[in-house]
Design a protein around this ligand. Sequence first.
Ligand code: PMP
Length: 434
Amino acid sequence: KSKEILAFQQEREGSIVSYPRNMPIAINRAKGAVIEDADGNLFLDFFSGAGVLNVGHCNAFVLEYVKEQQEKLVHALDFPTENRTDLVRKIFEQIPEKIRDEFKVSFCGPTGSDAVEAAIKLAKHKTGREGVIAFHGSYHGMTSGALSVTSNVKLRSRISSLVPNISFIPYSYCYRCPFNKEAASCKLDCADYLRYVLENPHSGFGKPAAIILEPIQGEGGTVIPRPGFLEKIVAIARAHDIVVIFDEIQCGFFRTGNFWAFEDAHTFPDIITMSKGLGGIGFPISAIIYNKSVESWGPGDHIGTFRGNQVSIAAGNGAFEFIRNFDVAQHTIEMGAYLMNRLEQLKATFPCIGEVRGKGLMIGIEYVTDRTSKTPAPEMVKKIRELCFSRGLLFEVGGHYNNVIRFLPPLIINKVIINNAMEIFESANREVMA
Ligand code: PMP
């Protein structure tokens, strides 16, 4: 049945369809961390619909919020509702109390890209400047503005008319340090590079409106910056009067065990983008949280029909309550530690695993031909993924060289699920590296 449905899709839908190429299943239903295909085969979902299903597929607790809301009100543009007020309150509770009143929230269109567009536009509006600085390995979306700040050259190269004045600088990618530093000699040269390009008139960077970065890079290969990196970037940007945008679309909403991935950094950006997990069980929604100092547009300056769908908002409210009631944040940290430990054991056995890195349940496993040369091993990753798929484990692959296996399971996974997944994963690694 799956094959039939896939064939129909291939025939009728554009070749743009992407995920079923690597994970060729037609999905019938899903619950928690388990997906059932059209033939009744079960798959463990360590992908979560691209990092969306933090509370798990069709979470029963969240579904109650959805059902109640859809009987009551679905579409209300940006008219206020109690439902909307509740979600805004919940988001604001996540901002440290002493700076809470400095911030505002705006719902954007339904996708993460919409939030990125709004954030960039707001920064330009505020500063009256054009340029934006982004990072190597970044992913911010597929609409013109968001794609312009996405570093993947392959994705951008065929379109010459994207947003101009975008520059990319190295991220804090310690496993492949762009400045060739070891931990002991590192003085965060990567962050200092921002100062260099801003202050050197020959760099051609001029004075940009904004700098945008993911506090943990997702598609770029689950790259976790060195402690101090985010603080330093913010400090340098502030000293140059540049708006700082943190893209929390993938790493946010408790994915790391904190509401925001940047929380341990003791700094706060001017704008935060959010989406994915905010819609609870996969309802589309996005938002920006921004400092009042960048508020520069008036009513109607940035409008849209689908900004803050009431069912998505209710699902977000349900997800917040579920996470609080069942202490999912702590659970995420515990399950993350358990999974990381299993992966570290695997790394000790297989020399082609160059690095295992993770925070909470945002985990990356980087494959190399050998640990000395660190030559990326994307073919190996492809084979491991295919074997895992055939045995019922789904995950995404990313990284600058497509050599990073990315685990983004629902945060509600337990040790039994992890053990099952690791059994599949270990056997695939053993077979490919035999
Ligand atoms: N920013 C980040 C960090 C993302 O991971 C993504 C999606 N993978 C986006 C933005 C874009 O979101 P969307 O696909 O919903 O437009």
